[in-house]
Design a protein around this ligand. Structure first.
Ligand code: ZN
Length: 102
C-alpha cells in the first residue's frame, strides 16, 4: 500500500471529501483526464479505475482501483470484492471510435 495514497485518502475521509458509507453501482470504468477522488491525480486511460455512487449523499465517486482499495480499508469497510464488480459498460455517449479501442 502506498503510504502517500493512504494518507491522502485518510485526509479526504476526515474532511468529508470521501464518504464513509457504502458505494453502490460500483463498476470498473475507462476514463481519461478525470481527477481521482482518492489521491487527486488524473486518471488516464492506462489506469484501472472504479466508479460508483455514494449511498450517503448520492454523489458520483471515481478512483483508481488502488485508491478504491485503500478507501475501502480506511473507512472500515468489509472489503469490496472487486472480482464481483460489473465489467465496464458502454454508455450511450461512448463513441464508436473509442469502442474499437477495446
Ligand atoms: Zn487515485
Amino acid at each position: 500500500m502506498d503510504a502517500l495514497v493512504q494518507w491522502l485518502v485518510r485526509r479526504r475521509l476526515e474532511d468529508g471529501r470521501l464518504p464513509r458509507g457504502r458505494i453502490t453501482d460500483v463498476q470498473h470504468a475507462v476514463m481519461n483526464g478525470l481527477e481521482c477522488d482518492g489521491c487527486g491525480a488524473l486518471i488516464t486511460k492506462t489506469h484501472k479505475a472504479v466508479t460508483g455512487v455514494s449511498v450517503d449523499d448520492w454523489r458520483d465517486i471515481r478512483m483508481h482501483v488502488e485508491c478504491f482499495d485503500v478507501w475501502d480499508s480506511e473507512r472500515g469497510g468489509r472489503g469490496c470484492r472487486r472480482q464481483n464488480i460489473a465489467p465496464p459498460r458502454f454508455e450511450p455517449t461512448t463513441s464508436l471510435e473509442s469502442w474499437w479501442l477495446f
